[in-house]
Design a protein around this ligand. Structure first.
Ligand SMILES: Cc1ncc(COP(=O)(O)O)c(C=O)c1O
Length: 398
């Protein structure tokens, strides 16, 4: 009889403590052609500047082909860092030099790296509640414990933050999304931004400001990022090309004090040595050649239209007692019904061929089931209307 020589696999405590995300179930259901999905956080493929990228790529491969196909440096392409520093100043009032910028493989990589370098396993990190699911996953992968702070329509509630800090006095950092937050679509008011910075300084807490959606504003006035308001060099700013160019580039950037950039480089070397040089070259030419500034208004116009279609359909087809946010930008609307359980409703939604992400996934403690996240950028207008009608039926039975 043959001996079984296969190793009895034992996984680390860390990975055994991680759970598969509900997103897996959603990705499976997306395969059904009749399904209308508000689930993914996907940009609309029509928002990708295919012709511009083709032209830039063709120019670059002839002029810079050999550099563009080589490994790059861990911190990223120097010319792109200079271009980003200038853009941060011109568009957002943030003063920084190229040595305060590190380019990463999407901002998701930066979230993972920052969790690793700023905290030890078991340490506390504060976030809005709800918050971005990918950040919860990235920080948890470092064994960090997350504590959520309640929000209202103006962002994180400062009185709740102060009482949380009494219970958890030494968080290693605070993670916030001031613009069109994922998942709620809510933006932090100017007053809240200032108060938040004040509390962070009083308590010596570093702030991670994640801003993938800031330049996708459809209405209301632009507000300065925390990084521009910060007088104490306490804010780390995360940007990405995923929502203004294309996520396939897998290119993000972090603006941070130099000591943080240096430590980030060390972990990035262990992860992927460097990000894609091809993406960095194209992104630099895309900004410097004025393509980005010409393209963003087109994306805004498309997404504003889709937001309005979804808001109109929600008004019309959701039963009384279901509430939803009215975001001024970004990609998401947050729908809430007091007493509902959107985890349980999902099965019925899938039967009715409509998908959403259950709200509980976005709560660090998974302890609130009354909401769902809807993406309004991906579907056609017709599908948005039909999908909301189907959701209306599902809510009607809840
Ligand atoms: C809030 C937030 N942060 C970070 C990311 C990661 O973006 P990427 O890794 O594509 O730059 C996303 C993606 O959806 C996001 O919504």
């Amino acid at each position: 009889m043959e001996k079984n020589l296969q190793v009895k696999r034992e996984f680390s405590k860390l990975v055994n403590g991680m759970k598969p995300s509900a997103i897996d179930a959603i990705l499976k259901a997306i395969g059904d052609p009749e399904m209308i999905s508000f689930g993914g956080g996907l940009p609309n493929p029509e928002s990708f500047p295919v012709e511009d990228v083709k032209k830039i790529f063709n120019d670059l491969i002839s002029t810079n082909g050999k550099k563009m196909l080589q490994y790059g440096s861990t911190e990223g392409l120097n010319t792109l860092a200079l271009t980003l520093a200038k853009r941060m100043k011109d568009k957002m009032g943030v003063d920084c030099g190229p040595s305060q910028i590190i380019q990463t493989t999407g901002s998701q990589e930066a979230l993972y790296i920052l969790g690793k370098i700023l905290a030890n396993p078991g340490d506390y990190v504060i976030s809005e509640s709800p918050t971005y699911l990918g950040a919860i996953t990235a920080f948890r992968a470092s064994g960090v414990r997350m504590v959520g702070v309640e929000m209202d329509l103006h962002g994180m509630k400062i009185d709740s933050l102060r009482s949380t800090l009494k219970k958890f006095p030494n968080p290693k950092f605070m993670y916030v999304l001031p613009n069109f937050q994922n998942p709620t679509g809510i933006s932090m008011s100017l007053e809240r931004r200032k108060e938040l910075l004040e509390v962070a300084s009083e308590n010596c807490i570093t702030i991670l400001e994640d801003d993938p959606y800031g330049s996708l504003r459809f209405s209301g006035t632009q507000l300065p990022p925390l990084k521009a308001l910060d007088r104490n060099n306490n804010v780390i700013y995360l940007g990405t090309f995923s929502k203004v160019l294309a996520p396939g580039f897998r290119l993000g950037y972090t603006v941070a004090p130099e000591d943080i950039v240096e430590k980030m480089k060390m972990v990035k070397q262990a992860l992927d040595l460097a990000s894609s040089t091809i993406s960095e070259f194209i992104a630099d030419a895309y900004i410097s050649g004025g393509y980005l500034d010409r393209w963003i208004p087109r994306v805004i116009e498309m997404y504003r239209g889709k937001r309005d279609v979804m808001l109109g359909a929600l008004e019309e087809y959701l039963p009384q007692g279901v509430d939803f946010t009215r975001p001024d930008g970004g990609m998401f609307i947050w729908v809430t019904k007091k007493g509902a359980n959107t985890d349980r409703m999902l099965e019925d939604a899938i039967r009715n061929k409509v998908l959403y992400v259950v709200g509980s996934e976005f709560y660090p403690e998974n302890d609130n089931h009354e909401s769902m996240r809807l993406n309004f950028t991906y579907c056609t207008d017709e599908k948005i209307i039909e999908g909301v009608k189907r959701l209306g039926k599902v809510f009607g039975k809840s």
